[in-house]
Design a protein around this ligand. Structure first.
Ligand SMILES: [Ca+2]
Ligand SMILES: [Ca+2]
Ligand SMILES: [Ca+2]
Ligand SMILES: [Ca+2]
Length: 115
């Protein structure tokens, strides 16, 4: 028998530590009401990194990779390489080249153009 809202296995008499089941029940009842955020930092995307330290609090990115170290994780950074040119128009989205130099005009910046 399953109890709605509780992790599978959370029912009276089961071997899951009682605290795990109790926490799950509390979260379900509170529905986001600020209450024990100091005790249990919220982790909206459930990637194991608390929102306040999560480079992308709404994107599941357990690696927390942040190429340009700007505090915005790669998974949600509109400018991965931090050269102030948005990924969509950056001719080297993974290499900082604010000048966008493209000597041979093939739409790939010199910095990341193999030929
Ligand atoms: Ca995240
Ligand atoms: Ca970043
Ligand atoms: Ca860029
Ligand atoms: Ca670039």
């Amino acid at each position: 028998m399953l109890w709605p809202g509780l992790p599978i296995g959370c029912f009276p008499g089961d071997p899951v530590p009682r605290q795990v089941c109790a926490d799950a029940a509390v979260e379900d009842e509170d529905q986001g009401i600020e209450q024990d955020s100091l005790v249990t930092p919220s982790d909206r995307d459930g990637d194991g990194t608390a929102d306040e330290r999560d480079g992308c609090p709404d994107v599941f990115d357990p690696s927390q990779a942040d190429q340009d170290d700007d505090g915005i994780g790669n998974a949600c950074d509109a400018d991965l390489d931090g050269d102030d040119v948005p990924n969509a128009t950056d001719n080297c989205p993974d290499a900082a080249n604010a000048d966008q130099l493209d000597s041979d005009g093939d739409a790939r910046g010199d910095l990341c153009d193999p030929c």
